[in-house]
Design a binder for this molecule. Structure first.
Ligand SMILES: Cc1ncc(C[n+]2csc(CCOP(=O)(O)OP(=O)(O)O)c2C)c(N)n1
Ligand SMILES: [Mg+2]
Length: 579
């Protein structure tokens, strides 16, 4: 042991580099997981983060890492972090960043980039791209850090932008040189910021609450619609209490399913097409009147033509003051965080709020009863080959027996049928394609859901949908995650029956290789693959997967003629509008 060694160690310790400042800033703010894909200039950042005790989840494609980060943000209310390399890696992550912004999920895309002076003179650097400019219109906010002493501020600003107010995707640009910069360790530590109250409560104005209560009081046929904003808010007890104390029937949007159990007596899901045009006062809680709610107008809402408004009055609870009147008149906007708004309404409702008129509740019950009975009949059939209903009847039972399991869902028919057939029992357990109806979220969501929650994950995937992120089954196997993927395989996009009208050798644009053996993909990486052609085989395989918690892919062979064009949104195809 030489006498010089302690001196060298002290000198090294007195300096800190950009890598460690980034890691320390994230850890200081309770961020313990990175989703990403390594390469220049962020490989060492990933390595050092792991060495410093962070969970680093490496993917096979940045888009999956980005989707993972976005849904981790939704589940935890902490920004999910996605780490990518410059230009192509950055672009691969960008879809997920835009998705996070659109869906109001807090996420930070941290991307390495090449040096400013070369990029700005367009001198052709390795993976050169003006990333900040490209990210800005797709993100809620976009920042770049150039100096090590600004890393603390950069990360604090990114966290605040991602989670405060209406959450969204944030871009954080880190030129490679920044990570290697060093500074005095003491000053570096002092420059980091632990963000105080990153998502401050926003208390609604008392008069806005009063106005909403007045509108609600006048209702003969009230209805509540719960959106994924309500699920995100983690105000589960208050929301349930408001619904139960007022006795108002409610509809959950897709990712709000389970906020109250779908089997709740007040759920009007099975009478959706009856309650939307009939309701006279609709209270939206964290739900936007976008295309998923037919923009609040048209025939769905009792309007005569497709642009006509129905006669409803709307109360809208939303954190963004700009949301109201986006599509139709909002009579009573209540602006604030969902928890504070719902609590304020609850206080105003008190203990003697009158139940909605009995004839409204009876009419809903009648429609529900009829539709539920019809569905039960369809589910009980056991056709050969298996169809969406008989397969999803199995998934429905398995989810019922495992209510803590997280359900990931994408596809067209595979999405629509699952949403209506598989009941959810707990909040934030259903994760799906969201506002855009985007394909490709599947395996990224599965990885994040399993990593963040430790719970069993069940993914119901159309065969086309699965293909967008299928290679991530290796990631699932590598991290030994309890994920059971069920591919509803109907040989194609919507259906497997299209043919090339010319009779030529190319397949039709919507069909795939017939009888594809997706389960072998999982076997290739050491997971369990199952080929299931009957509901009994599917049930056995799903139950085994849940019992063993082993990565499993079940190729559920579905009648290739069972689906419909675009699932339930056939009418959005341009050709359907051509009369
Ligand atoms: C990124 C992206 N690309 C394309 C689409 C268009 N699209 C909607 S659903 C779908 C796939 C539907 O097929 P599948 O997943 O097999 O579901 P199925 O209806 O057959 O059950 C596609 C390609 C999309 N929504 N998102
Ligand atoms: Mg399909």
């Amino acid at each position: 042991m030489g006498t010089a060694e302690p001196h060298v160690a002290t000198a090294a310790q007195s300096q800190v580099d950009g890598f460690h400042l980034v890691i320390d800033a994230l850890k200081l703010n309770g961020i313990d997981t990175l989703f990403g894909l390594p390469g220049i200039p962020i490989t060492d950042l990933a390595r050092m983060a792991q060495a410093e005790g962070m969970r680093v989840i490496s993917f096979r494609h940045e888009q999956s890492a980005g989707y993972a980060a976005s849904i981790a943000g939704f589940m935890t209310q902490k920004p999910g972090i996605c780490l990518t390399v410059s230009a192509p890696g950055f672009l691969n992550g960008l879809t997920a960043l835009a998705h996070a912004t659109t869906n109001c999920f807090p996420m930070i895309l941290v991307s390495g980039s090449s040096e400013r002076e070369v990029v700005d003179l367009q001198q052709g650097d390795y993976e050169e791209m003006d990333q900040l400019a490209i990210a800005r219109p797709l993100a809620k906010a976009a920042f770049r850090v150039l100096h090590a002493e600004d890393i603390g501020v950069g990360i604090a600003r990114a966290i605040r932008a991602a989670v405060s107010g209406r959450p969204g995707g944030v871009y954080l640009d880190m030129p490679g040189k920044l990570l290697a910069q060093t500074m005095d360790a003491h000053a570096g530590r002092g420059s980091l910021i632990k963000v105080v109250d990153p998502a401050p409560r926003q208390i609604p104005a008392p008069e806005a609450v009063q106005r909403a209560l007045e509108v609600l009081k006048g209702a003969q046929k009230p209805l509540v619609i719960l959106g994924k904003g309500a699920a995100y808010a983690q105000a589960d007890a208050q929301i349930r209490s408001l619904i139960e104390k007022t006795g108002i029937p409610y509809l959950p949007m897709s990712m709000a399913k389970g906020l109250l159990p779908d089997t709740h007596a007040q759920s009007a899901s099975a009478a959706r097409s009856y309650v939307l045009p009939e309701a006279d006062v609709v209270m939206l809680i964290g739900a936007r009147l976008n295309w998923l709610l037919s923009h609040g107008k048209g025939k769905t809402w009792g309007g005569r033509g497709h642009k006509d408004w129905g006669g409803q009055k709307f109360i809208q609870i939303d954190i963004s003051p700009q949301e109201a009147d986006s599509n139709v008149r909002i009579d009573a906007p209540v602006v604030g965080d969902i928890g504070s708004c719902v609590s304020a309404l609850l206080a105003g409702v008190g203990s003697s709020w009158p139940m909605p008129p009995a004839d409204w509740l009876a009419a809903i019950a009648e429609h529900k009863g009829r539709n539920v009975a019809r569905m039960a009949e369809t589910l009980a059939r056991n056709p050969a080959p298996m169809n969406f209903h008989s397969a999803l009847n199995v998934v429905r039972d398995v989810v019922k027996a495992n209510p803590e399991a997280i359900l990931v869902n994408e596809g067209a028919n595979a999405l629509d049928f699952t949403r209506s057939i598989v009941d959810m029992y707990r909040p934030r357990k259903r994760l799906d394609v969201g506002t855009w109806g985007v394909m490709g979220i599947g395996m990224g969501y599965c990885v994040a859901a399993a990593v963040v929650s430790g719970q069993q994950v069940i993914a119901v995937e159309g065969d086309s949908a699965f293909g967008f992120s299928g290679m991530e089954v290796e990631t699932i196997c590598r991290y030994r995650l309890p994920v059971c993927v069920v591919v509803l395989n109907n040989n194609g996009v919507y259906r497997g029956t299209d043919v090339n009208p010319t009779g030529g050798p190319d397949a039709a644009p919507t069909v795939f290789v017939k009888g594809a053996r997706y389960e072998k993909l999982m076997e290739a990486f050491g997971g369990v693959g199952v080929h299931a052609t009957t509901p009994a085989e599917l049930r056995e395989a799903m139950e085994a997967a849940v019992r063993s918690r082993k990565p499993t892919l079940i190729n559920a062979v579905i009648d290739e003629s069972a689906g419909t064009e675009s699932g339930r949104i056939t009418s959005l195809n341009p050709a359907a509008k051509k009369k």
